[in-house]
Design a protein around this ligand. Structure first.
Ligand SMILES: Nc1ncnc2c1ncn2[C@@H]1O[C@H](COP(=O)(O)OP(=O)(O)OP(=O)(O)O)[C@@H](O)[C@H]1O
Ligand SMILES: [Mg+2]
Length: 273
C-alpha cells in the first residue's frame, strides 16, 4: 500500500478583506512547512488554535491548494480529493436520513464498489468499530461516540491508504474517547495505514502518535517533531501513568506553552483596546 506524505516548503495564504480599509489583503495561515510522514506512520499534529492544523489537513485532503511549495503523496502532487485518502472531521458528517449501514454503504457507493459487495463490507467495518447490532439505527438514534464510529467505519471501508483525522474525538466523554483511541490503534496496526491525526489533547497525542509534530502559532511552521517511544500498548498496561509518558507529556506541554503565550502576546499587540 502507498501512503508517503511530503510537505515541501508549503505556504498557504487566504484572500481576506481588511475591515478598516475594506481592501483585499492576504492572510498567511501556514508558512514554510516541511514535514514528511512515512508510509504506515501514525503522526499527530498539535499546535495553538488557529495555527493552521486544519489548513494542513485540507491541503492533504485536496480541498485546497498550497500558495507556495508542494504537497506530495507518494511523490506526486495532490490535485484534489481522492479515494486514496479518507477524512474524518470533528463533527460527524453523516447523512441523517440513512442508517449506520446506509452511511457506510454510501462511502462504498461513492468509491464505486459494486452494489452486491456493499452490504457485507459495510457490516464488516461496523463490526470492526464495535457497532454490530446497530446497523439499522439512524444517526439521531446513536450517541455521539457511536456516530463518530460510523464516520470512522465509513472512511475505513473503502480502504484508503491514508486516514486524515481532524480532532475526531474532541466532542466525546473521556471513557468513550479512550476506548476509541484503543480501537483506532488496533485498526491502524491491523491495516498499516498512514494516519495524520489532529488533537488539542497532549495526552491523546502522546498515547497515539509515533511522532508528534508541534506547530508554532500563526503562521504555523513545524516547531519540533517529538518521537514517542513507549513500547507496546498492551491491554491492561496503564501506559498513561508511566514515568516515560509523563516525560513526553511535559516536553510537548513545554513546546506548546511557549507557542500559546507567544500567540497571546501577538493578539494583544494587534487587538484594539
Ligand atoms: N478559507 C479561509 N479564509 C480565510 N482565512 C482562513 C480560511 N481558512 C482558515 N483561515 C484562517 O487560517 C488560520 C488557520 O486556520 P485553521 O483552521 O487551519 O487553524 P487550526 O490550527 O485548525 O485551529 P483550531 O485548533 O482552532 O481548529 C486561522 O487564522 C483561520 O482564521
Ligand atoms: Mg482546526
Amino acid at each position: 500500500m502507498s501512503g508517503h506524505i511530503s510537505f515541501r516548503d508549503v505556504t498557504k495564504r487566504f484572500a481576506v478583506r481588511d475591515r478598516a480599509s475594506r481592501r483585499r489583503t492576504e492572510f498567511t495561515a501556514v508558512r514554510g512547512v516541511d514535514l514528511d510522514v512515512e508510509r504506515g506512520e501514525f503522526l499527530v499534529l498539535v499546535g495553538p488554535s488557529g495555527c493552521g492544523k486544519s489548513t494542513l489537513l485540507d491541503l492533504l485532503g485536496g480541498l485546497t491548494e498550497p500558495s507556495e511549495g508542494r504537497v506530495l503523496l507518494d511523490g506526486a502532487p495532490i490535485t484534489g480529493p481522492g479515494l486514496d485518502r479518507g477524512v474524518v472531521f470533528q463533527q460527524y458528517a453523516l447523512l441523517p436520513w440513512r442508517t449506520a449501514q446506509g452511511n457506510v454503504e454510501f462511502g462504498l457507493e461513492a468509491a464505486g464498489v459494486p452494489r452486491r459487495e456493499r452490504p457485507g463490507r459495510a457490516r464488516e467495518f461496523l463490526d470492526l468499530v464495535g457497532l454490530a447490532g446497530f446497523e439499522d439505527r439512524h444517526p439521531h438514534q446513536l450517541s455521539g461516540g457511536m456516530r463518530q464510529r460510523v464516520a470512522i467505519a465509513r472512511s475505513l471501508a473503502y480502504d484508503p491508504a491514508v486516514l486524515l483525522m481532524d480532532e475526531p474525538f474532541a466532542a466525546l466523554d473521556a471513557q468513550t474517547r479512550e476506548s476509541l483511541q484503543d480501537e483506532l490503534l488496533r485498526i491502524w496496526r491491523r491495516t498499516g495505514k498512514t494516519v495524520v491525526f489532529i488533537t488539542h489533547s497532549i495526552d491523546e497525542a502522546v498515547y497515539l502518535g509515533q511522532r508528534v509534530a508541534v506547530l508554532t502559532s500563526r503562521p504555523g511552521r513545524v516547531k519540533e517533531v517529538v518521537g514517542i517511544e513507549l513500547g507496546d500498548r498492551a491491554d491492561g498496561v496503564d501506559l498513561r501513568s508511566s514515568a516515560e509518558f509523563a516525560r513526553y507529556r511535559h516536553r510537548i506541554w513545554e513546546l506548546l506553552h511557549d507557542e500559546v503565550s507567544r500567540a497571546q502576546r501577538q493578539e494583544k499587540e494587534v487587538a484594539p483596546v
